[in-house]
Each structure stands twice: as C-alpha cells, then as structure tokens.
Ligand binder design. Sequence first.
Ligand code: PMP
Length: 968
Amino acid sequence: MRNAAFLDRTSLPRPDIDENAAAAILKAHYGLEGRIDELGSQQDRNFRIDTGDGCYVLKICRQEYSGPELEVQNGAMRHVGTKAGGPRVPQPVAALSGGDIVAISHCGQNLSVRLLDFLDGQPLTRQKYLSPATIAALGNLAGRLAMSLEDFDHPGLERDLQWDLRKASAVIAHQLEAISDPAVRALIDQTSSEALAALAPLESGLRLQPVHHDITDDNVVSRRNEDGVLIPDGVIDFGDITRGWLVAELASTCAALLHHCGGDAFRILPAVAAFHAACPLVEAEMDALWPLIVIRAAVLIASNEQQLSVEPDNHYVIGNAEHERVIFQVARSVPPALMRTAIRQALGHPLPTDWRKDGSLLIPALDPALVRIVPLDLLSEEFEAGNWLVDGIAESVLDAASLETGYAATRYGEYRFDRTLHHAPEAPETFALHVDLVLPVGTIIAAPFAGRLEWRGKSTFLAGDEMCLHLTGIDIQSISPGTVKAGDRIGVAQRLRVQLCRDPDINPPAFVRPDCADAWGYLCPSPQPLLGLDCEASPPDSAGLLARRLKVFARPQKNYYENPPQIERGLGAHLYDVTGRSFLDMVNNVTIIGHGHPRLASAVHRQWSLLNTNSRFHYKAVTEFSERLAELAPEGLDTVFLVNSGSEANDLALRLAWASSSARNMICLLEAYHGWSVASDAVSTSIADNPQALTTRPDWVHAVISPNTYRGPFRGTATTADYVATVLPVLQELDAKGERLAGFIAESVYGNAGGISLPQGYLREVYKLVRTRGGVCIADEVQVGYGRLGHHFWGFDEQGVVPDIITIAKGMGNGHPLGAVITTRAVAEAFEKEGYFFSSAGGSPVSCVVGNTVLDIMRDEKLQENARIVGDHLKARLQALGQRFDLVGAVHGMGLYLGLEFVTDRRTLTPATHETARICDRLMELGVIMQPTGDHLNVLKIKPPMCLTVESADYFADMLARVLDEGW
Ligand code: PMP
C-alpha cells in the first residue's frame, strides 16, 4: 500500500501553463476567445474565461490524472445536473472535436483539457465569518449532493485517491515522512492514530457511495436569500470524486468549517444537523463523524506540509498552510467523547443517560434536612445591586449560608450568575457541572462506588467501571491511593467540590458555556444520587416560554429577534439572560438611569408600602413632580398634565390643540411616529411602523415632507427654505377651502430617522406660519428630550424655539408608565370646556415618586453631562468607522441619541437593509442588543441608558468594527 502509485502522485507539481498558453488552447480546441484569469489549484491549472457571451472554466491537468478520472468528474456533474433537488453544478462543454476531454502536449508535458460552464455566486473562501444559517446551508448542500450521487455509477469511481478516508492511514504515514519538524510529525501521528483507533470498530457500519470529498469553502458558490443570508447552493470542482464512505462527505465539509468557527468546534453542529435532515445518517456514521473529521484534518495538514516540501513557492499551498493548521488545532482542541455526544444530540439520537450505582453515599453522615441549598442563578435573592460582579461572591454566600447548621451546597446544572461577564464577545462559562459543599470540619467522605483511587493534580480521582468521580478539597494526608470498595473511607473534607465524568481520560471543567451544557451534562451527570440531596437546578425552558407567549400574546406585539434570549435582569446598561449571558443594551432609550437602579427600586418599594391612589387625591408627590416638570420647561409653559405614555401624551396634546384653536386640521411630518392611540396614530406616518400609514390618514391630517437633510429631497444643512416651502401648499389648500388650522406636531430632532438635526431655523419658520393661522405647536420630546441629547435638555433648544405644548414620556419614568403634557395655562384652560381630564393611574403617588427619583438620580449622577461626554466620544468612534467602511453612510445625532445609517452606495444612498439586519444579528451574538430601524430598516438608532460608560461605548464600537470587518 505504501508504494501505491496514487501516493507518489500526491507529490507532482502543477502543469506549467501560463495565461497565454491557455488562450491558445482555448482558441484551438473550443474556438473561444476572451479574458483569461488564473484561479488557484493545488495540482491542476484552472483559468476563468469570460468571452463576453458567457463564462467558463478551463481546466488543465497532467495526464497522470486523466482517462476515467476525468470522465467520472464530467459524468458526475451531468448526473447531478439531472436530479431534482440536487445542487447547482457546472456542465461540461464539448470541444470542437466533439469530445469533452482533449489530450494535448505542451512543452513536453502531456496534458488533458476540459471546459466547464462557470457557476456564478460567491465562494465562501474569503468569508471571515459564517452565520449559523450559512453553516447549516453548507451542510444541507453536502447532504443534497450526497443524495444526488447515491445512484451514480462509473468505472472512474474505483480509483485510489489521497482524500478517500478509507486510505487515510497509509496516506498520512506516507506524508509524515516529508515533514521535517519532528514535533509536528509526532502531533499529527498521535492525533490521527487515536482517531483511526476510534474509527476502526465502526468501519463495517459505514455505507459506501460516490463521494465528492470537497464540499468546502473553495468549492461551493453561494447566493443571498431574501433575508440577505449567504446560502451556498452550487458545487464546483468534482476533482476528488471517488467511491468512499458516505459520511466522509460530511466529514470533509465539517473539517473545512473548523476554519470558520472562531476556535469553537460546536459551531459545525448546524451543518451536521442539516446534512442529516437532507441525507439521514445511521448510528455508526454518527459516531464515526468526529473521528473522520479529525482524520481529514490530519490528512489536510500532512498533505499540505508535504506539498510545500515539493513546491515551496506554490502560493495556493502556502496560503492554505495557515488555514489547515487552524483546522487541525481546533480538531485537536475538543475531547472526542464530547463531540460524539454533541453530534448525537444535534441529530436527535442522544446516548443513553442511565448509569448503575450501588447505592452508597459519598458523605455517609449527611442529613439532607440540615443542608442549605443556595441558588446562585440570576434570580437568586442572594444577588442585588451588582454584588454578583464581586470576586469570590459565591464562596462568601455559601459560607454565610452554612453558618446556621454547618452545611450548605450549590446546585448542579445551574447557570451561575456570578460567572457572568460584561463586554464579552462569547457567552461565558456559566453552567455548573459540579456541586460545591461546605461541611463541618472533619466530615468523612466515603467511596460511593468501587474503583481505583488516585491523586490527580489538586483532585482526588476515583475511577469506577462506568463512572469517574472527581473530588476537590479532601485532605491530601488522609488519602491512600489504590483499589477501594463502595463505602470505604476516602478522607475528610470541609469544603468539597464533587463532579462526575463518564470518560476517565477527561479532566472536566467545573463550568461550561451554555451551548455546550447538554453535551457536557451527559458526560458529567449530576452527583445528586451520590449526595442524597435535592441539589439539581431545573433548566429554564426559554423556548417553551416563547411558544406560550406566541400562543397567547397578540401577534402584532412583536418580539426582538427570532430566537430571543430570555432576559430577566439588568444593571446599568447591561441586560442578562437566564443563562448568565450579558448583553450591552444600546437601544433602551426608556431606561435612562439604567436597569435595576437600587435607589429607584427602594423609593418605589417605600411608596407602594405607603400609598398608591389617583391624582384626585391630595398628596405631596404629585405637586412636587408637576412643579419640577414646569421648572424644566421654558418660561410660560407652566401647566402640567400627567398621563401614562407617549401615545397618551400626544393624544391629549392633539385634543388640547383642537380645543384651544377650535379647529381640527393638523400638520405632521412624513416618516414620523407619535403613538398608537387613535389620534396619535393618525399623525404617525412611518411605514416602518405601519405599512399602510400613507394611505389611511384621516382627512384632518396633512403630512408634509420630513426635513431629512441626509436623504430627503433637499440635502445638506442649507435647505431650511426648501423644506419650509413644502408646508406652504397645505396652508394654501386649507385657505382655499376656508378651513382653519389647529396646529403642528413634530419631533424637535428627527428621532425616527436616527436623530438627524432639523435644518437650522426650520421650526422657527414653521411655528411662525402655524401660529399666524391660530394653530398651536406641539413638540414631541418623547424620544429625544429629557437630557438624552447631552448638549440640550430639550430637542427644541437646538432650534432656539419654544413650543406651545411639550409631550414627554419614556425616560421620565425609566420604564414605569409615565407621560406628561406641559403647556401654557391658556391652552390647558381652553380644554376645560370639553370637561374634566382624568387618568386613573396618571400622576399616581407611585408614578410621581418614580418621576421625582429619576430626576434626582439624573441630577446626582450627572446623566445629561454623561450623555454629552460619552455620546461625543461614541460619535467620534462611529465617524472613524465611516472612514474605514463604505457601508457607513452617515452618523447622525448627538449625545446618546445617535443614528448610524448604512448604505450600499454613498452616492445613491441605497439603503443597506439586508446588511443592517445581518449586522444586528451578529452584534447580538457578540453580546450587543441593537435593532435595524428607520423607514428603510437601515439605521442603527443608538439610544442606550444615559449611564453608559466610555468602556461600554468602546465595546460597542469595537464590536461594530469587528462585524463590519467580518462582512455578512
Ligand atoms: N412619540 C415618539 C417620538 C415616540 O418615539 C414614541 C414611542 N416610540 C411615542 C411618541 C409613543 O410613546 P409610548 O410608546 O410611550 O406610547
């Protein structure tokens, strides 16, 4: 076997043919001319041909590879081309001579030439990041190809090829000889030998069929689906097709994916599941998959190192070297038993979980009633006001819990909140695979099952027949290694960590990432049976909860993300899901003082325990809060209504305008949002919120062009007169009909488009026109006002105007339902003719205490100033991204109301809608909450809690830079 001819051929250099020679061959044998560009290849010469009428690939190889080996490739492509449901594949093109393989001689070389159609689409080669959906699509493509090839037959399939993993042992041994570094050689040898040994007992169960062997990033082409996701759907280059193990098809795809997985082998699992869905695997194939991936990685690296020794200047091979080293490293980095388990679970064929136990207890004297089990998940009452971020908090909590009886224990299978990390691109290792106990000094520990006892590092290790036990904290003096029976005394301990593991070769981690919890949980089951304690946490069922929500919660109330994290806690600008993953909250304009503020929580708690009633009663908080709001407003706006939301505030403002003007016609802006109630919805024109917005406005609503100085009809800051002029036709039309104007409503900064400043003087001019006709001017400050802009408390301050009515909500209650209308006494009193105004909860004692406390915190923590400083810093960082990435069209806004607008072309301003969606999805994976907004869903509205730190702003900018750099 070792001297078989195919092994020697792995050492042949590529044919010596340049682009001129290729052009001559093309003309002579196919009658074609055109632009020629060389494509990379390990052993052949490939050229892309563009004749103007069509694109082709000219493939030239040594005759050592020709005959049935080329015929089988053409045959396979034709075969797959006839299959419904098969992938796109190129079709061979006949030469002038009629055949589709031409033998030529060039400069003493005997060569074979073929021409194929060029398959359009993007290869995945240069893609720095592949989304789970793209990875799944690649697995699906490999599965569909495997199904299409199942009934293909050809004599050329029976050839020897170095990629046929049935021959891996001989191939690797042959290639190892050419590797000069003994350490590299030994590593490849050891890794491949272990994987080959794991594979050997499974081989008889592996099905044979034609296998492409190379559904990898270089050899597929992709197109974007309607959501902009890159979907590989075409396969090129059938050069490695031969009969082989069916599962080797998936193994070669997965090995290639290890280069795209950021060092995390689990990221191949969507491809495995998708392959199985298209082409179901049998159990032996499931178990053989990971050993085959490792073997393929070993063949790749060995072949590459060997090829380099033959052709040190082949750039294609040099370029691949680093690539293949990464694949090999990742393949070596995970315990094979873990991957086998994870693959089984991903395919819905989990391994049996039971294990026999002979009933002995680890701590014979333990009385479960005395043990205080301490929950340490994010809902644990032990955690408050950020104490989970303090080093060693779990130990101190456990110690404190043990004070009463001497016993305390943590829970196995819990997502430990003290393990959360802020600003982490990957989910932290939070899932506990162990139980920690605090025991009275000198507590006796006994063997729960028979086995061999040994000392491993800092742990005591007991290897039983089916299970191993890792114990940390047993007094080393008290241990005597050797064989023990169940019930034998092992030693004494006071703090003890208990962990099981099925695999004696694994030293299991104490905590693992949430996405690995199931696989690790199988390998390291709960030690509860050994302890006789109820110390297992039940996993949160976030998916089940979402399904229940979708069933009962009215559909128009959408949720962020298709697979949303279950967020149950927050602190400052950070949100946490039930697995202990933290997310930087860059969208929550409502929570201005930050999440989980202890001062607000205790003020609210106190007020609830004192009184909560309605504003017809006389109490201090409503007076104080109204006074403070009136003080914040400009001179003359001294009268306050308290409601529960922005919609209510705008609804009331419209009614005030109607009452005070005795007219009904309102002017509003296009692409605006003012609320959901009947009247506030009537002046909401944004099609992102309501696709029918432009066709369903009542006749009293007159929408004018929004002064969007970035993408509106008039661009730049010197457009005030142009935009003001767009209001005139409405006024003239009303005049012509003899109708009067009630007023004008607009955000004072164009919040809905990302915080674009209105052109200077716009509001002054429009307010003048409106007031001349007896109308009132409403400033909707629900989003942009209340200090968020940093440089101004109110948005209208930037325009140097004073409205007649201000509406506020959102931030003033930090998420508590609270809204207000601030106006002049005259306007408020005009409303009295319509009767009383009363809102049952508006201005309640609790709401007013919330409002007052938010203002206290804003003052004491200087949050407006923070919004200015951090906002300016962040804006500069975003502008710097604009220098690097063409996708950034503009950075709008100020303070902590910023808008990052993405365009595919800075000249035409074509909205980059798909890209924005993909960027937000990826940011979410990196721990940042961000959503596409604006009428074209191409704007990131950046409006985080106003307590955002510079560190958090930098994390956001860094992650954005990373995503833009990775592509999408
Ligand atoms: N006005 C503006 C400018 C808003 O952005 C919103 C909410 N997005 C509202 C009014 C309505 O506020 P609420 O959701 O509190 O009813």
